[in-house]
Design a binder for this molecule. Structure first.
Ligand SMILES: [Mg+2]
Ligand SMILES: [Zn+2]
Length: 225
């Protein structure tokens, strides 16, 4: 199916909890919560928020990173879904305001390989986690670390856009979707703004709905399981 492209958020959409929040809860000084409040109130964007919060982690290491990755769970329907996506040669991109290193490791732990990821970068230098933001765009209304709307505009190429997400970083991008799957904050936002969306709780619901909407084959991946 070359006529559709799927963009999918990571934290809270593929994972059951927000990875960054979990990292901060366990490893950061309590100051991170005050910074979170500023972000919740819309006083700072998520780029500034992430930079300041990471600074609340005083010492980090490869060992702590592996230990942390082990604690992150994904939606247990996601593996079935992604196998079906791959078996049908559908272009699939993870588009995340989290960090590529974490995403790669979490996918790898679940046996998922070769997924294209657009997200922020993180590196471990002398016990500190240092973020960088290659897809940041100053004028993005979401003020996220990465501008999802612009990233989508750059790769859509006249195909039907399927978007799957749950939170604030998805709000600007959701307006560019032809079919939008939303839950939590994103679903509330779309209801308030009269943006059409399909409510979902897990990836089995997403693929059952895609079967209706675009003839997605929910058994295509059997051969590669
Ligand atoms: Mg999310
Ligand atoms: Zn944007």
């Amino acid at each position: 199916m070359n006529d559709i492209v799927i963009f999918c958020d990571f934290d809270g959409t593929i994972t059951t909890e927000d990875t960054i929040d979990k990292l901060l809860e366990v490893y950061a000084d309590k100051k991170w919560l005050e910074i979170e409040e500023l972000w919740e109130a819309g006083k700072i964007g998520s780029k500034e928020c992430l930079e300041k919060q990471l600074n609340c982690i005083n010492r980090f290491s490869e060992e702590l990173l592996s230990e942390f990755i082990e604690t992150i769970e994904i939606d247990n329907n996601f593996i079935d879904f992604i196998n079906n996506v791959k078996a049908q040669n559908i272009d699939f991109y993870i588009i995340s305001d989290g960090f590529e290193l974490f995403i790669e490791k979490i996918l790898e732990k679940n046996g998922i390989k070769d997924i294209k990821i657009f997200s922020n970068q993180i590196a471990l230098k002398e016990g500190k986690l240092i973020a960088s933001f290659p897809y940041y765009r100053q004028n993005c209304e979401a003020q996220a670390g990465m501008c999802k709307c612009n990233t989508i505009k750059n790769i859509k190429l006249e195909r039907k856009i399927i978007y799957i997400g749950d939170g604030r970083s998805d709000m600007c991008a959701s307006k560019h979707a032809d079919i939008l799957y939303a839950k939590k904050k994103l679903a509330d936002f779309c209801s308030n703004k009269n943006i059409d969306f399909i409510k979902f709780e897990n990836f089995n619901e997403v693929q059952q709905s895609l079967a209706q909407e675009v003839n997605f084959n929910v058994e295509a991946g059997y051969a590669i399981r």
